[in-house]
Design a binder for this molecule. Structure first.
Ligand code: ADP
Ligand code: MG
Length: 670
């Protein structure tokens, strides 16, 4: 079963080699009951670890059923330890917070790469426990058992996988003579069942009961017989072939590792909850801050759009500073509707609405003997102007194309002006007289009153204006006043206002050369600046939230690191009974992922609640703000991605550390 040839082993200590085992040669046949005896410190445990594939020899060869142990991959070694060898450690090495049943079943949960039925494992563990007299102790914890009982649990665990080789390191070393005799009786029984047993002991009485005694002294093993008389290896390394249900799928292993990870977190309830708090706050902050940032931005931008973001005003004036040498095809003396403005819509399809704007500054309005002149402005526009500047009607209606065509003697009043003139009495249908300049005045009928308008151009005074058809305005004005120097445009929602403005300007500059000067005003610039500011504001909010999430992540990272350090022994034991490095890594990773996921769900819930609460609070202070449910999918996505990122980030280093742990160092750790 086992062939050890020319085995050397030395520990590396402070750069120096300390030789422990020296030229060891022996063979163990199937079904033998062998004792390895020797004084304390002679290297018995070291040999035990080498035979159990937990430690690699410095040189020489150990073969198990014909397979060279030094040639096994990590996965193969894990499989071998799990299926072929049952370990019984001197210090029992039970999981302190797991029940007797769970301790016995430990080996059956590994290697995780193999599918196994839990039900069968429970049945088998119960049967073995009953045979070892532990039937009524299954739900006890190890510290509720006597030393002899603990050792029997360890033996039961070693028997779980029906191993053909039992390796026991001083199994009676920590027991009184009565318990020791009981344990030895169990070994006799196992031997009678045909198992190969190697007991390490320094007790001669124990050794006497075995078929054969190997003695280790000063690094040399006596009793192994003549090396040249050893039998050739039998069997092939195919004995170590992985079973066909061995799966390397990370996803599958993660799913299998999840219940254990959750159980572990629940076992450390208080610590887990405290650690989760950091992530809960972090995720809640990220969700709330991003949602609120987006909410504020949208609200402010909506306000801008109500004022007409997609509006632009084009102004053109004759160029008085033109030099005599500047010649041009056409002279600019104001825009002409038929030749300048009408074709624009065809040239620039992004223009949605277009209206000439003729404006006068100082006007006086008279109606029924009452006169108003403060801030009153007369403007000549067309039927599209109301839509361009978002004028809504409070009473009556806006100018129609018919009015514009026929120079109708009609007007629409700004809300403030209507109140001043008619003092709350109905104004639609009334006649008013507007002074156009010193000589001329214009009588017209009020057909509508506009709603009060907000503007961020206070000088514009939209609420004290009188709008008349521009054709009428031109007809009653002096020559200079009838020239059209301005027009307003609304572009289609998907078009770029500033770009359209530049194109229109370029068009007129080309058309009129240096005879005119053209300017474009848009609110687009202001809007763009505000948008930029709001974006910075939102990013700042989110950055602060992410910082708090980072702090939470560091918290989890710390806890996982501490937890790995605390559980070094446990991890070593899990590896010894057949956990592959990969499954240990995934197990730790799943713990941090599970922690983050739980914290994330609570965090998303509280972040959402916080957002709604803040919006609700804001509606109490800002009367115009209506409460609404905001579920920002972008913020949600960021929150979910963050949870996974933090889980990975905080679990990665501890998981790597756990994966790299050397079984021996881990088992020996205090
Ligand atoms: P035994 O089990 O026979 O009492 P061990 O195999 O545990 O002896 O140890 C053999 C020798 O190796 C001892 O002298 C011990 O001090 C030394 N030793 C054990 N582990 C280490 C280690 N990790 N590094 C250096 N020396 C070690
Ligand atoms: Mg020892």
């Amino acid at each position: 079963m086992l062939t050890v040839s020319d085995l050397d082993f030395s520990y590396q200590m402070d750069g120096q080699r300390v030789g422990i085992l020296n030229q060891v040669n022996f063979q163990i046949r199937r079904g033998e009951f062998v004792a390895i005896q020797g004084p304390s410190g002679s290297g018995k445990s070291t040999l035990f670890y080498i035979l159990g594939c937990l430690l690699r020899p410095t040189s020489g060869k150990v073969s198990f059923e014909g397979a060279d142990l030094s040639k096994l991959t990590g996965d193969q070694a894990a499989y071998l330890r799990n299926h072929k060898i049952g370990f019984i450690f001197q210090q029992f090495h039970l999981l302190p917070r797991a029940t007797v049943l769970d301790n016995i079943m430990l080996a059956a949960t590994y290697p995780m790469e193999m599918a196994r039925s839990k039900q069968a494992a429970v049945e088998r563990a119960t049967r073995i426990a009953e045979r070892l007299g532990l039937g009524d102790r299954l739900q006890h914890l190890p510290n509720q058992l006597s030393g002899g009982q603990q050792q029997r649990v360890a033996i039961a665990r070693a028997l779980m996988s029906d191993a053909s080789l039992i390796l026991a390191d001083e199994p009676t070393g920590n027991l009184d003579s009565r318990n020791a005799a009981e344990i030895l009786r169990i070994f006799d029984e196992l031997h009678a069942q045909g198992r190969t047993i190697i007991i390490i002991t320094h007790d001669s009485e124990v050794a006497q009961r075995c078929d054969r005694i190997l003695t280790v002294r000063d690094g040399v093993v006596f009793g192994g017989g003549d090396p040249s008389a050893m039998l050739p290896d039998v069997g092939t390394s195919s004995a170590m072939a992985m079973p066909s249900n061995w799966s390397n799928s990370g996803l599958l292993l993660s799913i299998k590792a999840l219940p254990g990870a959750v159980r572990n977190l629940i076992r450390n309830r208080t610590k887990s909850l405290l650690t989760m708090l950091g992530i809960i706050i972090g995720i809640a902050a990220v969700l709330a801050m991003i949602s609120l940032g987006e909410f504020t931005k949208r609200r402010i931008m909506e306000g801008f759009e109500a004022l007409g973001v997609n509006k632009l005003v084009v102004r053109g004036y004759p160029n008085w500073e033109r030099k005599a040498t500047d010649e041009s095809m056409r002279e600019f003396g104001g825009f002409k509707w038929d030749t300048d403005l009408k074709p624009l819509r065809r040239l620039f399809p992004e223009i949605h609405l277009l209206s000439p704007v003729l404006a006068n500054w100082q006007n006086t309005v008279t109606a029924g003997g009452r006169s108003v002149s403060e801030n009153v402005r007369l403007r000549g526009v067309n039927h599209e102007y109301a839509a361009i500047t978002n004028i809504k009607m409070a009473e009556g209606r806006w100018l129609t194309p018919y009015h514009v065509d026929q120079r109708g003697l009609v007007c629409v009043l700004g809300s403030e002006l209507a109140t001043q003139l008619f003092q709350g009495l109905p104004s639609v249908g009334q006649m008013i007289t507007v002074s156009v300049d010193a000589e001329r005045s214009l009588p017209c009928r009020v057909i509508g009153v506009a709603m009060p308008q907000k503007t961020n151009q206070e000088w514009n005074r939209p609420n004290t204006q009188i709008s008349v058809p521009y054709t009428l305005y031109q007809a009653v004005s002096s020559y200079g006043g009838s020239q059209m120097y301005q027009f307003a445009v609304q572009v289609r929602p998907d078009a770029d206002v500033e770009k359209t403005g530049r194109k229109i300007k370029a068009y007129f500059e080309q058309r009129y050369g240096r005879s005119g000067r053209f300017m474009v005003d848009t609110e687009g610039t202001l809007v763009a600046q505000t948008k930029r500011f709001l974006n910075i504001f939102a990013i700042l909010l989110a950055a602060i939230a992410f910082l708090s999430l980072l702090v939470g992540g560091i918290g989890i990272h710390n806890m996982m690191l501490v937890s790995v350090t605390e559980r070094i022994k446990e991890i070593g034991l899990r590896k010894a009974v057949g956990a592959t490095s990969r499954s240990i890594r995934l197990q730790i990773l799943m713990e941090s992922m599970a922690l983050c996921a739980a914290a994330g769900v609570i965090g998303i819930g509280s972040g959402f609640a916080a957002t709604e609460l803040m919006i609700f609070g804001a509606t109490k202070f800002v009367p115009k703000l209506k409460f609404e449910w905001v579920l920002d999918p972008f913020a949600m996505a960021i929150a979910v991605v963050s949870i996974f990122a933090v889980g990975m980030f905080s679990g990665m280093v501890p998981a790597r550390r756990a994966e790299r742990l050397q079984v021996i160092e881990a088992l020996r750790a205090e």
